[in-house]
Design a protein around this ligand. Structure first.
Ligand code: SF4
Length: 368
C-alpha cells in the first residue's frame, strides 16, 4: 500500500509521564529479583506490557494478587488510596509511578470535597485513572461521561459543584460536558489549569492539523488507551473523512491508501516509537513531512526510591557501566533505549538486593 506523502504529527507517542513510569518499571526489573509485580498495565499498550512480561514482570489487578514481600509498582494511571495502603502493608518495596498530573487531580478532588463540595468527574467508566481518582472521595464524586449524564446526575441541593476530569479526554467532548454542567448548576468550580494534560492537548492540536491536510489519518495505539481513542475522536470531529486506529502495522487495511496521496500518522501517549515507525514503514511513503505544533520539554524524574538506590550503587562504583550511563543521563535516555539495553545485556535482577520482609513503607515517585 504505497503512500505518496505521510504527514507525521509532532508531538506524538510517549509523553513525559509514560517515559518516567516505563523507566521506573524497567529499573525495578534490574534492582529486584524477578518477578517484579505491577498493579494494572504500567501504561495502556500491549507491546509495552508484552516486553515487560518477557523481562519477568507480572501484571496483576490488585496489590493482594502479588505475593507478600514482593516488589510492587503501581501504574502511571494512579491508584485508589486503599490500594496504595494495602500495597504498602504487603510488599517489600512499593513504587507509586502515578503521573504527577494525575496526582494534581487527586489533590483537587480531596480539596473540593473536604470543603463540602460535590465533584462531577468527567471520565470513562471503568478506566484505571477514573477508578483511582474517584476512590479519593467516592461518596462525593459523581462520574459523568456525556452531557446527558450531567442532566441526570444526582447532586445534593445547594452543594457547590466542581468539575474535574480524567487527564486524557478529547478536548471538545470535555468542553461539552463542562458546558452542560454550567447550564445545569450555574457557577461551577473549574481548576485554574485544565485537568486535561499538556500531552493530551498537544497531541490533539497536532491531529487537528493533520485532519485538515490529509485524506486519511492513522492513529497508532491501543484500544484501551483513552488518549489514543481521544485522538481518533478529535480527528473525526475535525472533519477527516477516514480515521483509523491501529495497534500496529498488522491492523492496517490493505486498501487504506488506495486513491489517497496524503496520509497523516500520529500516536497516543502510551505508544512506543518503534510501533509508530513500523506503521510508517508499512505505508511505504515516498516522502515524510513532520508537522510540528508544539515542542515538549517536560521531564519527570524517576521514582525517588529508584533514584536513591541507583545513586548509592553509582557512588560505590557498583553499577554496571552501561546502566551507569543510562542513570546519569536519565533525562536524555529514552524508556525504549533503557529497555533495549536491559534486554540486550540480560540485566534483569543484575543489581538485586537480598530479599527483605514486608516493610509497610510506601515509597513515592516524586522527590517532593
Ligand atoms: Fe501524565 Fe498526561 Fe502522560 Fe497521562 S498522558 S502520563 S497525565 S503526561
Amino acid at each position: 500500500m504505497p503512500t505518496r506523502r505521510i504527514l507525521l504529527a509532532e508531538p506524538r507517542g510517549f509523553c513525559a509521564g509514560v517515559e518516567s513510569a516505563v523507566k521506573s518499571l524497567a529499573w525495578m526489573a534490574v534492582l529486584h529479583r524477578p518477578p517484579v509485580f505491577c498493579v494494572h498495565p504500567v501504561v495502556h499498550n500491549e507491546h509495552v506490557v508484552a516486553r515487560f512480561e518477557r523481562l519477568g514482570v507480572r501484571f496483576v489487578d490488585d496489590p493482594d494478587d502479588a505475593p507478600a514481600g514482593a516488589p510492587v509498582l503501581l501504574s502511571a494511571h494512579g491508584s485508589a488510596p486503599h490500594a496504595v495502603e494495602r500495597a504498602a502493608r504487603r510488599a517489600s518495596v512499593v513504587v507509586d509511578a502515578v503521573c504527577p498530573l494525575v496526582t494534581k487531580v487527586h489533590h483537587e478532588i480531596r480539596t473540593r470535597t473536604r470543603a463540602g463540595g460535590t465533584v462531577l468527574y468527567v471520565g470513562h467508566p471503568g478506566h484505571d485513572e477514573a477508578v483511582g481518582a474517584i476512590a479519593h472521595a467516592p461518596d462525593r464524586v459523581v462520574l459523568v461521561e456525556t452531557p446527558a449524564d450531567v442532566a441526570t446526575a444526582t447532586v445534593p441541593d445547594g452543594a457547590p459543584v466542581a468539575v474535574l476530569a480524567q487527564t486524557t479526554l478529547a478536548y471538545d467532548a470535555w468542553r461539552e460536558v463542562v458546558g452542560a454542567a454550567g447550564r445545569r448548576f450555574g457557577d461551577v468550580w473549574l481548576p485554574p489549569r485544565d485537568d486535561l494534560c499538556f500531552a493530551t492537548t498537544n497531541r490533539q492540536a497536532a491531529v487537528v492539523v493533520l485532519a485538515q491536510r490529509c485524506e486519511a489519518v492513522v492513529v497508532v495505539g491501543s484500544s484501551s488507551s483513552s488518549n489514543t481513542r481521544a485522538l481518533a475522536d478529535t480527528a473525526r470531529r475535525a472533519g477527516c473523512p477516514v480515521v483509523v486506529r491501529v495497534a500496529g502495522p498488522d491492523e492496517l487495511a490493505a486498501d487504506l491508501t488506495d486513491g489517497r496521496d496524503v496520509v497523516g500518522v500520529t500516536a497516543g501517549a502510551s505508544t512506543p516509537a518503534h510501533t509508530v515507525d513500523a506503521v510508517v514503514e508499512a505505508l511505504r511513503p515516498e516522502r515524510i513531512e513532520r508537522v510540528e505544533v508544539a515542542r515538549e520539554g517536560e521531564y519527570f524524574p524517576l521514582a525517588r526510591p529508584i533514584r536513591q538506590r541507583l545513586r548509592e550503587l553509582a557512588v560505590h562504583g557498583a553499577l554496571d557501566p552501561a546502566l551507569h550511563d543510562a542513570f546519569v543521563h536519565d533525562r536524555t535516555t529514552s524508556a525504549d533505549d533503557l529497555l533495549t539495553l536491559i534486554e540486550g545485556a540480560d540485566l534483569v535482577g543484575a543489581h538485586a538486593s537480598p530479599a527483605r520482609p514486608a516493610t509497610g513503607a510506601l515509597q513515592h515517585r516524586r522527590a517532593s
